[in-house]
Write a protein that binds this ligand. Structure first.
Ligand code: HEC
Length: 112
């Protein structure tokens, strides 16, 4: 029993590591240009750096931007995100899978 528990623990820890590495790769390709290599850069006045943001919050925001393009629900996007409703963010999230977003979330959260 102990052995099984240990291997489950090991597998989950290594899965987390893989996620973070994949997230880092995507982040560098898709986000770093505006949010900075360490997610500490501020792309627009009034925004806080996204480094260390809670995973669930970041994923929710990304999904929101992604859905914003076809739905075009301007008003509620402004409310939910708390900033503008930028073309940049819609374009950068458009082709991300749910897994990409989760991975990016794990990575950005780890940057403090
Ligand atoms: C071309 C520039 C650009 C790229 C690329 C970009 N962003 Fe953004 N991002 C912005 C701007 C500008 C804002 C603020 C304006 C807005 O909210 O529409 C923003 C807002 C955000 C916010 C909301 C922050 C808050 O406090 O509400 C998050 C989270 C975010 N970006 C994450 C990402 C991630 C993750 C990626 C990569 C998948 C990414 N961004 C790619 C420019 C960019």
């Amino acid at each position: 029993m102990k052995k099984i528990l240990l291997s489950i623990l090991f597998v989950s820890v290594s899965l987390m590591a893989v996620d973070s590495v994949a997230g880092a790769e995507k982040y560098v390709k898709k986000c770093a240009v505006c949010h900075g290599a360490n997610a500490k850069k501020i792309p627009i006045k009034g925004m806080k750096p996204i480094a260390g943001m809670k995973i669930t919050k970041l994923v929710k925001i990304l999904r929101y931007y992604q859905a914003g393009a076809p739905i075009g629900d301007w008003e509620s996007n402004v409310v939910a995100v708390g900033h503008g409703f930028s073309r940049e963010m819609i374009d950068s999230t458009m082709y991300l899978s749910q897994r990409d977003m989760d991975n990016i979330g794990v990575y950005v959260n780890s940057l403090k």
